[in-house]
Design a protein around this ligand. Structure first.
Ligand SMILES: *[C@@H]1O[C@H](CO)[C@@H](O)[C@H](O)[C@H]1NC(C)=O
Length: 623
């Protein structure tokens, strides 16, 4: 009996006391192994690209257009962040992709996806872009302009604040959705020039099927890595800096976000690789910066065969250098046929705007099997000694300088734009600075006597909220501040004659929604009044117009005391800004708006389109 009891007890004891310690250790071990396995698998699984649905591909005319999803996270960031280490110093190693080296100096940057310049977008013609702008930079009201895209189906996606949309407040997301309908090398940038100069700008390339490209025979390679974005770099402009009359000098020119300064001569430079014997199509966009001086671009010992301007094809021009104003783009072809090596790509600001403002990059011949070189390969192109410039000046008379008026478009001026135009609009503008005391300079900017100001609500999407008293009068003003709108009937053929009365410097204007044919351009060397200009234009003594094959552009450099005549057919209804590109922030008074068509002609924004106007205007009291 007793022994039975004992046995039972022993059994009980052994059942009651399993080894808990060991069991939990085993479980922990098993769980750890599983967890480690999961981590290994996750670690080695390639993550889908977070920001881009990559539309950078070979374009084919029979392919369906793609939907290109882009997420642009806008932040205040800095150059030389931790990840850079000492990569901008001598023997500091390569800079990691996450490092913004700029010109090797520390500075705040306004970035999209922590990149400088903003990531280049490559799409095919007719792709649909869906761009989420996630705005995380306090104190900036943003809108992004897609330069070069007419936005005919979606005028409310043009990114002009208070015209086509309410500027986006910080900590919100705005979705741009539009069709890339205009082929060519373009740009996208913050509407505010200060924000663009602080980094929020990049290249935007719309390619077409090689079979549809009329100049395909001229090149072998059109690759995304041969896109060049040049920008001015210097002191941050900040929202208030734009208000001062004297803009500080820029300090360097960056090529694809890289350059050097005297302080850091070892900062990395951009390189563009080529193989001997191939012809490369390069795409160049100049985004400007705080000062936005015109720049001269060249590649040592290489000829640039310029084939497009602002995305429009021209009769090819073989030149040694190209001079561009802010916002202009060119495509050129480089025949890589020099003694393989490294050649300098140079940009320099025009001296009359700022001396000693330069940037460099490298053209690198990849070390593939070297071809036998003919001794005179180097000489062939030395015969070319010409410059192409979009900036008209006295130099145009020289045989070695090809100016805009001497360049021929690849296509003829449409017949309806050759004569009997429906409307001619004369637009005098005057930007002048005056020394008002030994220390102070004051500036005035007016177009037609009106100082441009933005309306309180976006004209296209909330036009009804804008009081009639905010608009400028039709007659020339007396320096009044108002919303300057010029009305054009839908479908009219238009000639816009713009002329500079101030004579301070060149001026650059960019038209949204259209590109125009530059039928006339000239320096007048002094101020003329509207009556005289009108008379001269009607008599045909103002210019020797090119009504056969003038170049087509969307950005124009109006020479100092100069006049230009721009023609287009007003077939894109909406509110389109003629933007003064030298403005360092939102405006300095020279901008104006073209209202094409009537409210009923406008493509309506979707009903849930974000709106301005929950704030009570300053003239109301809540109590
Ligand atoms: C341009 O503006 C300045 C400053 O307001 C003025 O002194 C000058 O007379 C103007 N020039 C013309 C041609 O209107």
């Amino acid at each position: 009996m007793e022994s039975e009891k004992e046995v039972a007890q022993v059994r009980e004891v052994s059942m009651v006391k399993p080894n808990y310690m060991l069991m939990s250790l085993q479980r922990i071990l098993v769980l750890t192994v599983i967890l480690a396995g999961v981590l290994v698998v996750v670690h080695y699984t390639p993550m889908p690209e977070e920001y881009f649905e990559n539309c950078d591909r070979e374009c084919h005319e029979l392919d369906w257009p793609m939907i290109c999803r882009v997420k642009l996270v806008i932040e205040v960031y800095k150059t030389l962040s931790k990840s850079c280490g000492s990569c901008t110093e001598k023997d500091g190693g390569d800079c990691p992709a996450t490092c913004i080296s700029a010109d090797g100096r520390e500075r705040g940057v306004l970035v999209a996806n922590r990149a400088l310049p903003s990531p280049t977008l490559h799409v095919c013609h007719n792709d649909i872009l869906v761009v989420d702008v996630v705005h995380r930079a306090p104190a900036h009201a943003l809108s992004i302009h897609w330069r070069g895209q007419p936005q005919k189906e979606t005028p409310f996606m043009d990114g002009a604040p208070m015209l086509t949309q309410c500027p986006q407040p910080a900590y919100t997301t705005f979705q741009y959705k539009f069709r890339a309908s205009a082929v060519g090398t373009h740009m996208y940038h913050a509407h505010s020039a200060a924000d663009a100069a602080d980094g929020l700008a990049g290249a935007f390339v719309v390619r077409q099927s090689a079979r549809l490209d009329p100049i395909k025979a001229l090149y072998d390679v059109d690759a995304s890595e041969h896109t060049i974005y040049v920008s001015e770099w210097g002191h941050s402009m900040g929202p208030l800096a734009g208000v001062i009359s004297r803009i500080p000098n820029a300090e360097s020119l960056l090529i694809n976000g890289k350059g050097k300064s005297s302080e850091s001569p070892d900062a990395p430079q951009s390189s563009f690789n080529v193989e001997y014997g191939k012809r490369y199509r390069f795409r160049l966009a100049y985004g400007g910066g705080s000062k936005s001086c015109p720049i001269i671009f060249s590649i040592d010992h290489h000829v640039l065969e310029v084939v497009t301007l602002d995305g429009h094809q021209i009769e090819p021009q073989r030149v040694n250098s190209v001079e561009l104003g802010r916002g202009e783009r060119v495509d050129f072809i480089v025949d890589a046929k020099k003694v393989p090596g490294v050649y300098k790509i140079r940009v320099a600001a025009v001296k009359s705007c700022q001396d000693n403002l330069e940037g460099v990059a490298n053209l690198v011949y990849e070390d593939k099997k070297q071809k036998v070189l003919h001794k005179d390969d180097d000489k062939v192109d030395a015969e070319v000694s010409r410059e192409l410039t979009t900036v008209t000046s006295d130099r145009c008379e020289s045989d070695n300088v090809v100016c805009l008026t001497e360049i021929h478009a690849a296509t003829k001026l449409p017949v309806e734009l050759t004569e009997n135009l429906d409307k001619t609009i004369y637009v005098p503008f005057n930007y002048s600075t005056r020394q008002i005391s030994a220390k102070r300079v004051e500036s005035w900017g007016q177009t037609d006597g009106h100082r441009f100001t933005y309306p309180a609500s976006p004209l296209l999407t909330q036009g009804g909220d804008v009081g009639a008293n905010q608009f400028c009068t039709k007659e020339p003003g007396q320096g009044d501040e108002c919303v300057h709108v010029k009305h054009i009937p839908l479908g009219a053929t238009v000639e816009l004659v713009m002329f500079d009365q101030g004579g301070e410097s060149d001026h650059i204007f960019h038209l949204h929604g259209y590109s125009f044919h530059v039928v006339g351009m000239r320096e007048l060397h002094r101020s003329f009044d509207s009556e005289t200009i009108k008379k001269m234009n009607e008599e045909g003594t103002l210019f020797n117009k090119n009504l056969v094959d003038p170049v087509e552009k969307d950005t124009i450099v109006v020479p100092k005391f100069g006049v230009v005549a721009l023609r287009f057919k007003a077939d894109n209804p909406g509110f389109w800004m003629m933007r003064d590109e030298r403005s360092s922030h939102w405006t300095r008074g020279l901008d104006f708006i073209l209202k094409v068509g009537e409210q009923s002609d406008f493509v309506q924004a979707p009903p849930d389109f974000p709106k301005c106007g929950s704030y009570v205007g300053p003239e109301y009291f809540l109590i």
